[in-house]
Design a protein around this ligand. Structure first.
Ligand code: ADP
Ligand code: MG
Length: 688
């Protein structure tokens, strides 16, 4: 019998490639598909008369075809004019359409179409509507329940995603859910099953704004369960760690003094305090697990080097892990700057190395000749054996995988000390409740003399003015980022819109090398582009995807963000942090779609006025009212399936109540819940 724990590949018609992709976004089993919730719904439960359809709204129309026309302006288009019985008209515009589809449009046919009402030059319009030719007996769009719209990723259509989820829902229907969480919440919240059915297929009349604002009880129930499972696993780790033995370093400052003398700058007070806190940890009999938070440019690297030097003085190895190859290379460079003249040997491990390179590096690591090893997640792999690993430094940037970092810890005989660095400022209230297993140090002060990044807000329809600015910056030999934030669901629309921006920029900026980086490129293609940008072979980088947070391109001095009002404050702050890394004066332009809502206006103002990441993070938390749902999935502080620690902070207390109850359950019940919410590769440490 099929079960919810079956892998996604068990779905007929779903192949290896798609399964791999799903795995990448944390969907391994059918149960995980259930957690892939719609990000909105379409209401196709009734047909709206054209006379009452409002601009800006999505509606289902049923009208007859008047006239078909082909337009050959900048782009081929098919224009299909419809009218109702009172001769009120609307134009359907299609940009991508096959000959076969075109032929089906015949004057007089009845058509159902669903899309957003827009105003064009000739009046009402709909672009790329979903449609069915009713008089040709195509299945009508009119539906009984609301239609879920799922977040998609490259190569997957809405139809397929819907099919897979429905497949999982069908199995859920026949599964008895009998777990400890259901038991302790008994009747106070909707059941696991009911919640999921409701969220995937809400009935007509369901309060959608509550779902879309993440405050619906069905959603809250799942969020609380996930947060409780996360907390439970943290509590278990913490309890287990207390009994672990570690290497106790004796603090010796001969190397650190040498380093200090060679520096061109003085440590900030905040840096010295963090170094002191770390020294306390590593010289004590319990293994360190410390989060080092500091805004971009606050100088986290040097702080971690101080810890590393203590490991070296005590004759132990240190591993430094970065999330991508390009960041690993960057780390190799910046760490080597400090370590080379102290005579410290650094090994370097990447997935892309050839066998020969790799073997020689592995030998350096195994023999202990290399005191420091820098690399990507390949450091986790089986064939890597360390001589005597005692300190692990992880630069996670925005990817906050609490559970992942622990498997590297298994590479050592005794539990190594761990220092996790993050540039994502996490409000104190959250660190206290959600990262309870970690100690934290905060670098809350930037080195003196840093130039502030001039931040301005500009309406989208003034984007022509930016052309001159870009030319000027480029003439000065400096580089520019242009970030498109697009929210279209369909890959085709998204690509089209980004393509338009690219064309617009390329044709208005002759002689400037403009390149686009987007989600459909492979990881190595993306890295290549980032590298070209870094090396100055690209002047203007147009990005449709979240570009590497940690990539350091000091020569980039202008950041332009389109539709900035759609992003969270913290994310905008991160984007802005990509510039202002060199000596040059830098600027950030936040473009917005007018009219701005009051809260969006307030948020952009905060960014214009403040550069303090922690203050911005706190404000973000305060201001992220229920209306601000866009961009929340991308804040990415934690790698969770449904919950979002920032958005759902108000549920942490409740989750805490349940997690302490869960701690009383037996091992099997606990693990059942943990494995539902935390991916297998991240729970291995329980058996270690
Ligand atoms: P991040 O916290 O973003 O990782 P880095 O460690 O890369 O920051 O440091 C950013 C830059 O600031 C580096 O060039 C580093 O040499 C410099 N830096 C670090 N600490 C200080 C300081 N106390 N005074 C002046 N410059 C510093
Ligand atoms: Mg850094």
């Amino acid at each position: 019998m099929p079960s919810l724990s079956d892998p996604v590949i068990s779905i007929s018609g779903l192949g290896k490639k798609t399964s791999d992709r799903l795995n990448q976004i944390g969907i391994y089993t059918l149960e995980h598909l259930l957690f892939h919730l719609p990000n909105r719904y379409q209401d196709k439960t009734n047909i709206t008369p054209l006379s009452s359809a409002k601009v800006g709204e999505e509606v289902l129309l049923e009208l007859s075809i008047d006239r078909i026309e082909e337009a050959h302006s900048r782009q081929r288009q098919l224009l299909c004019y419809l009218s109702d019985d009172k001769n009120k008209k609307i134009l359907l515009r299609f940009f991508h359409i096959t000959q076969y589809q075109k032929q089906a449009f015949v004057r007089g046919e009845l058509i159902q179409c669903f899309g957003e009402m827009k105003i064009g030059r000739q009046g009402l319009e709909m672009h790329h509507p979903e449609y069915r030719l009713i008089s040709q007996k195509q299945t009508p769009l009119l539906d009984k329940t609301l239609t879920p719209i799922y977040p998609l990723f490259a190569g997957v259509t809405q139809t397929k995603m819907k099919q897979w989820v429905n497949n999982a829902l069908e199995i859920l229907k026949n599964t008895v859910i009998d777990d400890y969480f259901e038991k302790i919440t008994n009747n106070t919240m909707p059941s696991f099953k009911d919640s999921l059915f409701l969220l995937h297929h809400p009935e007509k009349g369901e309060d959608l704004s509550k779902i879309e604002n993440f405050v619906h009880i069905a959603l809250q129930r799942l969020i609380i369960e996930e947060l409780a499972a996360q907390q439970l696993s943290l509590l278990k780790i913490k309890a287990a760690r207390k009994t672990d033995s570690c290497n106790i370093f004796s603090i010796n400052n001969s190397l650190t003094d040498q380093l200090l003398h060679s520096l061109e700058f003085q440590l900030t007070e905040a840096q010295s305090r963090c170094i002191e806190e770390i020294n306390q940890d590593i010289s004590s009999p319990q293994p360190m697990l410390r989060l080092l938070q500091g805004d971009v440019g606050s100088g986290k690297t040097i702080v971690s080097v101080f810890a590393l030097l203590q490991a070296v003085s005590n004759n132990f190895q240190t591993a430094v892990m970065a999330p991508t190859e390009i960041l690993a290379r960057q780390h190799l460079q910046s760490f080597s700057n400090y370590l080379n003249h102290l005579g410290i040997k650094v090994a370097f491990l990447l997935g892309s190395q050839n066998t020969e390179e790799r073997t020689s590096q592995l030998n350096l690591i195994e023999s202990g000749e290399a005191q420091v090893v820098i690399g990507t997640h390949v450091l986790f792999q089986e064939n890597v054996s360390f001589h005597n690993l005692a300190l692990v430094i992880i630069d996670e940037q925005h990817k906050f995988g609490v559970h992942q970092r622990l498997s590297l810890a298994q590479k050592a005989n005794k539990t190594p000390h761990q220092l996790v660095m993050t540039a994502t400022p996490i409000p104190r209230s959250l660190t206290m409740s959600a990262y309870a297993d970690l100690d934290t140090s905060v670098i809350d002060e930037l080195p003196p003399g840093r130039q502030k990044i001039k931040t301005v807000a500009l309406s989208n329809n003034r984007r022509d003015e930016l052309i001159e600015k870009i030319k000027q910056i480029s003439n000065e030999g400096r580089q520019i980022y242009w970030v498109c934030t697009l929210i279209e669901e369909s890959e085709a629309l998204r690509a089209e819109s980004a393509e338009n921006t690219l064309n617009y920029l390329s044709s208005n900026l002759k002689g400037i090398r403009v390149v686009m980086i987007h989600g459909r490129l492979t990881k190595s293609e993306k890295e290549e582009i980032m590298n070209d940008f870094k090396e100055g072979r690209i002047d203007l980088l147009v990005a449709t995807t979240v570009i590497e947070v940690g990539v350091n391109v000091p020569n980039a001095s202008l950041m332009i963000v389109e539709n900035a009002e759609r992003l969270g404050l913290a994310q905008l702050h991160q984007l802005r942090g990509r510039v202002g890394r060199g000596a040059e004066k830098s600027a950030c332009v936040l473009m917005y779609q007018s009219p701005l809502s009051e809260s969006a206006k307030q948020r952009l103002d905060i960014l214009r006025q403040s550069h303090d990441g922690f203050m911005i993070a706190e404000k973000d938390l305060e201001l992220r009212g229920p209306g601000e749902i866009l961009g929340t999935q991308q804040t990415g502080i934690a790698d969770m399936k449904i919950a979002n620690i920032v958005r759902d902070a108000y549920l942490l207390k409740q989750a805490g109540y349940y997690s302490s109850k869960l701690l009383e359950a037996n091992e099997a019940s606990q693990n059942k819940l943990i494995s539902r919410w935390i991916d297998e590769d991240k729970v291995d440490y329980f058996n270690a």
